[in-house]
Design a protein. Sequence first.
Length: 397
Amino acid sequence: MTNITRTNAGAVVFSIEGRTLKLDTALDVKQYTDELAAISDVTEIRLGGNTFGVEAGRAMAQALKGQHSLQTASLSDMFTSRLRNEIPLVLEALVEALEDKTALRELDLSDNAFGPAGAEPLQRLLINNRHIQTLRLYNNGLGIEGARLVSEALVKAADKNREEGRASSLKVVYIGRNRMESPGIMHLCKAFEAHADTLREVRMPQNSIRPEGIAALMDALSRCEQLEHLDVQDNTFTEKGSAALAKVLGGWKNLKALHIGDCLLGAEGSKLVLTALTNGNTALEKLHLGFNEIDPEGAALIPELLLNKKSITLLELNGNAFDPEGDAVRDVKRVLLENGGEGALDELDEMEWDEDEEEEDEDEDEEMEKAQKAVNDEGADDDEIDGLTAATAKLNV
C-alpha cells in the first residue's frame, strides 16, 4: 500500500493522516521513511491523527530532510498520550528538518498540547524559515508565556527581513484556543505590527481575552490595512472593546469576514460596531454577530448596514435580544433579498427574546403614561391623583 498520491495539479502528497497509529520506534515508521527516501519531490506531508514517540518522530524528521519541494507540513495532533518532556524533543527534530525548506508555505501544528516548552524549539523555525505564509497554532496550550515566545520569534523574523531588504511572507495566522489572555495578546500585538503589511487573515477565537486586550489587539491590527478575515469569537469585548473595534473598522477596506460572535458586545457596544459598519466595509461576505445582547434598537440598525453589502452570503444574528419575527428581521430579509443574498440569514432559534415580558413592559408604560397624565390634569380629584400616584410608584419599583 502506497501512502503517496500524485494529483493532476502536480502535488505530491504523503499521508498517514488519521490512522491513530502509535509509533514509538524507528522500526515502527520504517515503511514510511523508506517511502520518503525513495522520492524527493513531496510537496505536502500529513502526519496528524497519529502519536509519535521521540525515536519515531526523529526518524520521520530525518526522512523529511531530503524533501526540498515541501510546501505544506500538516503536523497537527501528533502527540496524544505522550509525556510533556517528549514533545519538545520531536519538535526540535522537525524544526531542524524544516528550517531550510524554502518552498514551505504552510505549517500546521494545531492540537498539539506542547505549551511554552514546545514554543521554544518552534522559535528557531519561525526565525530561520521566513517563507511560511500560513501559520496554524490552534489549541496548543501556549498560554501567556507561549504567546510571548511565538511573538518574539515573529518579530525577530521581521527584523531579519528588514535587514535583508525583503518583505514578510506571513499572510495567515491561526492561533485560537490557547488561553493567552490579555497579557499574551499584548505580546502578539508586536508580531502583528511587525508583519502588518502582509497579514490578510487573523483568527484567534477562545483565548480568554478581556476588553483591555481587545483594545490593544484592535490598535495593532489597525496597521494591517490589507486584512480580509478577522475571527475573535468567544472573547470578551464589552463596550470598551466594541469601541476599539468600531474605531478601526473603516480602515479595513478589503474585509470579507468578521467573526465577533459570543463576544459580549452588549447593547451599547453592539450599536457602536453596527454603526461603524454601516458606511464602509462593502466587501463583507460573512458577518457573525450572534450571542452579543443586541437589543431591538441595535437590530433596527442592521437593515441600513446591509444596504451597501452586496456580497453577503452569511449573516449570523442568533442568540440576541430582539424579536426574531419583528420589523427589524423582516427588513433584514428584504434587504438581503434585494441584494441577491436570499438565504444568507442564519437560523434565529436561540433568541433571548421574551414576548410576554415585552408585552408587560408595554402595558406598564401605558399605565405610567395614564398616571402621569392624571397627575398633571387639573380636573382630577385628590383621591384619583393619590391612587394613580401610588400606581406610578409601584410601576417604578
